[in-house]
Design a protein around this ligand. Structure first.
Ligand SMILES: C[S@@+](CC[C@H](N)C(=O)[O-])C[C@H]1O[C@@H](n2cnc3c(N)ncnc32)[C@H](O)[C@@H]1O
Length: 191
């Protein structure tokens, strides 16, 4: 199911609450490899992908439909808008895999996982909820670890991202190139 407006997020949250399912969000779903494979293995969760490139959304939609994944949804929009509008303690997990690394130091403020966004993700997580992050870019994963360590509501934990992360388009590309994949996981305190 593709939604085009951020208002629809409230419907998805309501659906998760009404069905007792977990709600997990993938930010920047690319071509949907992770979303579809993870969704197949997690009938107990609703997985919401957010992707702002139209052609990629079309590929994701095809994957969702081809496998009849009624627990997977997609929003074609800027994840920033969605994250800005999430209610507190409404989400069980965020998945952020291979976000654009913005390697130049003058562009680092554009990275999605920066201090103010980590704050927003932490606020919208339920207690015990998790943020799974992966990057081939060591500097970005180090930034993520430091921000998590400094965050009062989060713990840096050893739990690795689900194995389906290795099926994502970029993970497959980096594995082929024998590039290091750096995984970072945060867990919200208070469980
Ligand atoms: C480097 S790709 C990684 C895709 C996928 N996660 C993977 O591992 O194969 C980053 C993706 O995030 C999307 N993206 C970047 N910023 C976004 C934003 N603010 N909102 C929604 N999608 C975004 C891009 O369009 C792209 O598809």
């Amino acid at each position: 199911m593709i939604f085009y407006r951020k208002e629809a997020v409230s419907q998805i949250i309501e659906k998760a609450n009404n069905t007792g399912k977990k709600l997990e969000i993938e930010i920047g779903s690319g071509n949907g490899h992770f979303l579809a494979e993870y969704g197949k293995q997690r009938p107990e969760s609703i997985i919401l992908g957010i992707e702002y490139k139209k052609q990629r959304c079309e590929k994701i939609q095809k994957k969702i439909q081809a496998s009849y994944l009624d627990n997977c949804s997609l929003i074609y929009d800027d994840a920033q808008k969605i994250v800005d509008s999430l209610p507190p303690e409404s989400i069980n997990a965020f998945h952020i895999y291979f976000p654009d690394p913005w390697p130049k130091s003058k562009h680092r403020k554009r990275r999605f996982l920066r201090a103010e966004n980590l704050d927003k993700l932490a606020q919208s997580l339920k207690p015990g909820g998790q943020i799974f992050f992966a990057s081939d870019f060591f500097d970005y994963s180090l930034q993520a670890k430091i921000l998590i360590l400094l965050h009062p509501e989060l713990n840096l934990v050893q739990t690795e991202a689900p194995k389906e992360v290795y099926l994502s388009m970029f993970a497959a590309r980096f594995t082929e190139l024998e590039k290091q994949i750096n995984l970072v996981t945060a867990q919200k305190k208070g469980l």
